[in-house]
Design a protein around this ligand. Structure first.
Ligand SMILES: N[C@@H](CCC(=O)N[C@@H](CS)C(=O)NCC(=O)O)C(=O)O
Length: 217
C-alpha cells in the first residue's frame, strides 16, 4: 500500500534534518518501505484539510490506505511494528526498545525543545539571559545520565532499534547549541546513527527539498 508523509515545503532549519519528518523518513528507509512526500506550507498546516490529519497543525503525518497517523513517535512505532528491522523479536527486548523511544520523546526531548523555545521566543525578555543557562543545565543533566547508561556500547540495548533511531534523532537537535559535542560518547553515538545508509538516504531526501531554498519563517 502506498505510504505518504507530510514535510515542510520550506523547513526552518534549511535542510539540517532536524524537522521531524526526517525521523519518519529514516524509519521508512531502514525497513525498505517506499514512500511519497506531500510538501506543506506553514499556512496550509493550519487549514482544515491538514487539521483533519493532525489536529495540532504540524508535520509529520502518515497516510497508508485508510490509516492516517500523526505524532512522529506513533508513526515510527507503527512502521517498526509492521516491518522487520527496527524492533527485536524477543518480547522483553522489544518492550525495552519501545521504552527507549518513549525516553527519547518524553524525557530527553522536552528540555531540548525548551532551549529552542527560550532562544526563539524569549530572547527579548529581561530574564532571558539568566534563564538560558538553567535550561541548558537541564539538557546536560539528561545527557550525563544517558551517556553514563550508553557507556561504550554502540546502541542503547543490544542491536540498533527504533529506540536508537528516536534517541539519535532527538540528540541531533542539541548539535546547533554545541551541547552535543560536550558529550563525546553521545556525539559518537549520533555519528554512528548518521553513518547508517538509511539515515543518509533520509537526510539527503529532505536536504534536496530544503537546501536550495532560503530558511522559512
Ligand atoms: N510531537 C510532535 C511534534 C510535531 C512538531 O512540532 N512538528 C513541527 C516540525 S518538526 C511543526 O510542524 N511545526 C510547525 C508549527 O508548529 O506550526 C511529533 O513528534 O510529531
Amino acid at each position: 500500500m502506498t505510504v505518504t508523509i507530510t514535510a515542510f515545503e520550506r523547513s526552518p532549519d534549511g535542510g539540517q534534518g532536524l524537522s521531524r519528518d526526517t525521523r519518519v523518513r529514516w524509519a521508512l528507509e531502514e525497513v525498505g518501505q517506499p514512500y511519497g512526500v506531500r510538501l506543506v506550507s506553514f499556512q496550509a498546516l493550519k487549514e482544515p484539510a491538514h487539521l483533519a490529519l493532525n489536529p495540532f497543525g504540524k508535520i509529520p503525518t502518515y497516510q497508508e490506505g485508510d490509516l492516517a497517523l500523526f505524532e512522529s513517535g506513533a508513526i515510527v512505532l507503527h512502521i517498526a511494528e509492521r516491518h522487520a528491522g527496527l524492533l527485536p523479536a524477543d518480547a522483553n527486548a522489544r518492550a525495552r526498545a519501545i521504552a527507549w523511544m518513549f525516553a527519547a520523546l518524553n524525557t530527553v526531548e522536552p528540555p531540548i525543545l525548551e532551549l529552542v523555545t527560550a532562544k526563539l521566543l524569549e530572547s527579548d525578555q529581561p530574564w532571558s539571559k539568566e534563564r538560558l543557562p538553567l535550561v541548558a543545565g537541564r539538557i546536560r543533566d539528561r545527557l550525563h545520565q544517558l551517556s553514563a547508561r550508553l557507556g561504550d556500547a554502540d546502541w542503547l540495548d543490544g542491536g540498533f532499534s527504533a529506540g536508537d533511531l528516536m534517541m539519535v534523532s532527538v540528540l541531533l537537535r542539541t548539535r546547533p547549541s554545541g551541547i552535543l559535542d560536550e558529550f563525546p560518547t553521545l556525539a559518537a553515538y549520533v555519528a554512528r546513527g548518521e553513518a547508517r545508509p538509511a539515515y543518509k538516504r533520509a537526510f539527503e531526501a529532505q536536504a534536496a527539498i530544503n537546501t536550495a531554498k532560503p530558511p522559512g519563517p
